[in-house]
Design a protein around this ligand. Structure first.
Ligand SMILES: [Zn+2]
Length: 165
């Protein structure tokens, strides 16, 4: 039985979608799901990500085949549903399937990592990818302090009259 390439749940080809590496790996949603599921061990072993994370990013970015994605996971991605469903039913790779730049993938992985764990990963040779997130997103500083500080920051933003509720 085939499994979803994102959440590893058993599924039927006819219930899924065939996506390209670009449609999956170049999204923060994919990496968020990966770090919560199959790749949770990466942060447990090295809170900075390190070589293990770099290897995962390179491996996922270099997938040359299509990705079979279940209905639930498909909600996180934007793609042509009709085409992707037909390809999955026919068990075919999308014609534009193929590897993507690991540096581009690293940017999305780093964004998800930062959001989940509160600090950016150490990405060594892809550190320029992190620099590009910092300049693109105006609210990076809220991730720097992790979950606790984030909650505090939120309550600090309340107006004085809201504190009486
Ligand atoms: Zn899935």
């Amino acid at each position: 039985m085939p499994v979803c390439d994102v959440c590893s749940k058993a599924m039927k080809f006819s219930d899924g979608y065939a996506l390209t590496t670009k449609e999956v790996v170049l999204t923060a949603a994919y990496w968020t799901s990966a770090f919560r599921g199959g790749f949770a061990g990466v942060h447990q072993r090295d809170s900075g990500g390190g070589e293990l994370l770099l290897n995962y990013i390179e491996r996922q970015a270099s997938q040359s085949h299509g990705w079979l994605v279940c209905e639930e996971c498909a909600k996180s991605f934007s793609f042509d549903r009709k085409r992707a469903h037909r390809l999955a039913e026919q068990q075919q790779d999308p014609p534009d399937a193929g590897p993507v730049s690991p540096r581009d993938a690293a940017r999305h992985a780093a964004e998800a990592w930062k959001r989940l764990y509160g600090a950016p990963p150490r990405l060594g040779r892809f550190s320029d990818a992190i620099a590009s997130i910092d300049s693109e997103s105006g609210n990076v500083s809220m991730f720097r302090f992790g979950g606790k500080a984030k909650g505090k920051g939120r309550s600090d933003k309340r107006k004085w009259w809201e504190r009486w509720k």
